[in-house]
Design a protein around this ligand. Structure first.
Ligand SMILES: [Zn+2]
Length: 245
């Protein structure tokens, strides 16, 4: 497994699914140094290559001299890695389908099997719990810690009026949960429009959620990796063939 290439692929997949656009980011914990993690410098995820990736410590400082501009919200990642030793990959995104559930009393619930993890609990974090009058961005460790504490042991947390953070023991799990959280939100909104009585919508029950706790999105990951590996190789060949300006 090439962790850095996989991080590029995960970023591209999120962009391809419209879960991330110019904003949002994916990270992975370093394989040989668990108190560090990798994420891109501040660039749109759809444009990321391996050359953009930077290693950071858990205080979200880059491990290099003269680092490039980094994402303002990198503290989301560092503070979650500190509190959750079981987490090795994180996606922060602004999915338009998910945000309505962050700022209403309509709770996101597991509607279909690929999003069963929602049944493990997806709390909503309001940045005002930590700071009033913010610009909504997780710009420092204090805000990152507050979000990480709200996430607790759960697979994801919504961020009121902003987006969500999704975690996993592996990159395929964090990525699969991110994509299917977005799908579940779309389908739940559709179902609630179709239903005569919202109380009669049938969600996965706790036993089904438990029975699906093995879900690791291996086949989804295999598909995404197979699709993106040749595309990234073609892009790299094109870049190499172009004269340096
Ligand atoms: Zn954000």
């Amino acid at each position: 497994m090439n962790l850095l290439q996989d991080l590029v692929i995960a970023s591209r997949v999120c962009a391809d699914h419209g879960v991330i656009d110019a904003y949002g980011h994916v990270s992975v914990r370093s394989a040989d140094c668990p108190d560090r993690y990798w994420m891109s410098r501040a660039v749109a995820p759809e444009l990321i290559t391996e050359a953009d990736l930077v290693e950071l410590d858990l205080d979200s400082n880059a491990i290099m001299d003269k680092p490039p501009a980094l994402y303002n919200e990198r503290f989301i990642h560092g503070e979650i890695y500190k509190l959750r030793p079981d987490v090795n990959a994180i996606v922060h995104n602004h999915s338009h389908a998910v945000i309505p559930f962050s700022c209403s009393n309509c709770r996101l619930r597991p509607l279909f099997h690929l999003a069963a993890f929602i049944g493990q609990g997806v709390p909503t974090w309001d940045i005002r719990e930590a700071q009033r009058g913010s610009d909504m961005l997780v710009r420092n460790a204090m805000l990152g810690q507050s979000l990480a504490r709200k996430l607790g042991p759960h697979p994801a947390a919504l961020m009121r009026g902003h987006g969500s953070v999704v975690v996993g023991a592996t990159l395929p799990i964090a990525l699969g949960r991110t994509i299917y959280l977005d799908h579940n939100a779309r389908m739940q909104a559709q179902t609630l429009q179709l239903a005569n009585d919202p109380d009669e919508v049938v969600y996965l029950d706790d036993e089904e959620v438990q029975a699906l706790s093995w879900q690791a999105y291996a086949r989804s990951w295999d598909l995404w990796q197979t699709q993106w590996t040749p595309r990234l190789a073609a892009e790299a060949a094109l870049r190499a063939s172009q004269p340096v300006a």
